[in-house]
Design a protein around this ligand. Structure first.
Ligand code: CMP
Length: 153
């Protein structure tokens, strides 16, 4: 079982797409165990996007990610890190395949609606940036027995 950090970005909030995107994760059988509507500060942006801070697009990315609230979530499931990244599609909405979230809803490289951790180390780091341990609501969904066989994990 894996946990990953998902952010519905300001474009998703402003375009009133939150419900439709959350539904995709629920429809897939993923389990949302934390959720918070919040503003990303410039300081948090620099920590979250540490690997991009020196890139030419960073100032514009920071302006965008701090421009309106984001919905931060921790999403849990078998192979959740890869499953969620595959559901998002390629970074640019112009390149993302149809059927993926970005492919269906985004036509932008920056305004690509959703962020998700790209590996186990990032998932750990990013969860702690957005949530304290006491904010994770662990529970066993009653539907689990109809989502996968017992020997699948
Ligand atoms: P995300 O998955 O959150 O990771 C880094 C973000 O930077 C990315 O989504 C985009 O929003 C943004 N991004 C990545 N590449 C570019 C780029 N070349 N120009 C502008 N924004 C970018």
């Amino acid at each position: 079982m894996q946990r990953t950090l998902v952010l519905l970005k300001p474009d998703c909030v402003q375009r009133r797409l939150m419900g439709r995107i959350i539904s995709r994760f629920e429809d897939k059988g993923l389990n949302i165990i934390a959720m918070k509507l919040m503003r990303v500060t410039p300081e948090l942006s620099r920590k979250h996007y540490a690997e991009h801070v020196d890139k030419p697009f960073y100032p514009s990315l920071e302006e965008f990610i701090t421009s309106a609230p984001v919905l931060a979530m921790v999403v849990e499931g078998l192979e959740a890190i890869t499953v969620v990244r595959d559901m998002l599609g390629a970074t640019s909405g112009l390149k993302a395949a149809s059927g993926t979230i970005r492919g269906d809803f985004s036509s932008s490289r920056q305004m690509n609606l959703v962020h998700a951790s790209d590996g186990e180390e990032a998932a750990e780091r990013e969860q702690t940036l957005y949530f304290g341990a006491g904010e994770l609501c662990d529970y066993e969904p009653v539907a689990t027995e109809f989502l996968r066989a017992a020997d699948e994990g």
